[in-house]
Design a protein around this ligand. Structure first.
Ligand code: AMP
Length: 282
């Protein structure tokens, strides 16, 4: 496995793989790899021959008040996980190489960055869209794998690829959970044992929404307010939103339609967690 930090080196490795007739797969990450990331790598192996994992804690998607400095960076462990997963190359660029001093070109979308995660984290999706397009331009993958865990992120990336006519195919992989239901996240490492228990309310409330919809409740507001009330009633949990939205556009719904996505963002202690579930009314 190659661990490469310069743009020139990763381009050379990709060019050699292409010359050998290989399909290029890319898995963009911020590192601190867990089973969720590994499932993306497995999917990339199913869809491509030469799999590149990018590890970059992208400063432009963090607001000044967020956890850029604390974000875990266990690089040796990450490289070893990639090696075991049969990854062909890991791209670990320096921030200066991607954002040189004169940098001034950004990718922004009209609507998606203004709602939900974007409303809570101004500038976040501009940073995400920009880094993903830059990584795609550097790696030029045939396919790139993203997790449904970051539902709005994958929605926005698919939209960007369509709008900008990018040839990269986007594969969206299911959320990998701990055995008790908590969605895996690099940020779970911030949780105290009590917070870890409280955080379970998020996946439980998503399950509850599923049951309400399965049970025939078709008033979107009723489901949303029940979700919110359960989260608010849980000690150590401060919900930011608990909503049902259209699964492609994330626009608001008037009635329970088919299908929908239930999305939650909540602070558990100081840690901000997100999770979601696709709901299909009977
Ligand atoms: P991150 O390193 O958190 O930026 O995530 C990199 C990629 O892994 C993104 O496409 C995430 O959606 C995906 N991912 C993170 N957690 C999970 C999970 N629990 N299950 C599936 N994919 C995940």
């Amino acid at each position: 496995m190659h661990a490469l930090s310069t743009i020139a080196d990763i381009r050379t490795a990709v060019a050699a793989a292409r010359l050998a007739g290989q399909r290029i797969g890319c898995v963009p990450t911020m590192g601190a790899l867990h089973a969720g990331h590994l499932s993306l790598i497995d999917e990339a192996h199913r869809r491509a021959d030469f799999v590149i994992v990018t590890i970059f804690v992208n400063p432009s998607q963090f607001a000044p008040t967020e956890d850029l400095d604390q974000y875990p960076r266990p690089l040796e462990d990450d490289l070893s996980r990639c090696r075991h997963a049969g990854v062909q190359a890991v791209f670990v660029p320096e921030a200066d190489a991607l954002y040189p001093p004169q940098f001034e070109t950004w990718v922004d979308l009209d609507h998606l960055p203004t709602i939900l995660e974007g409303a809570s984290r101004p500038g976040h999706f501009r940073g995400v869209a920009t880094i993903v397009l830059k990584l795609f331009n550097i790696v030029q993958p045939d396919v790139a794998c993203f997790g449904a865990k970051d539902y709005q992120q994958q929605t926005l990336i698919r939209r960007m690829c369509m709008d900008l006519n990018l040839p990269t195919e986007i594969a969206v992989c299911p959320i990998i959970r701990e055995s008790d239901g908590l969605a895996m996240s690099s940020r779970n490492a911030y949780l105290s044992p009590e917070e870890r228990t409280a955080a379970l309310s998020i996946s439980m409330v998503l399950h509850m929404a599923e049951e309400l919809v399965d049970g025939g409740i078709n008033d979107v507001r009723e489901v949303e307010s029940t979700m919110l009330a359960h989260l608010q009633a849980t000690e150590r949990v401060e919900p930011e939103y608990a909503v049902l939205r259209h699964p492609d556009t994330l626009r608001e719904l008037t009635d329970v339609g088919s299908p929908m996505v239930a999305l939650i963002a909540a602070r558990v202690g100081k840690t901000r967690l997100i999770d979601n579930a696709l709901l299909t009314p009977p």
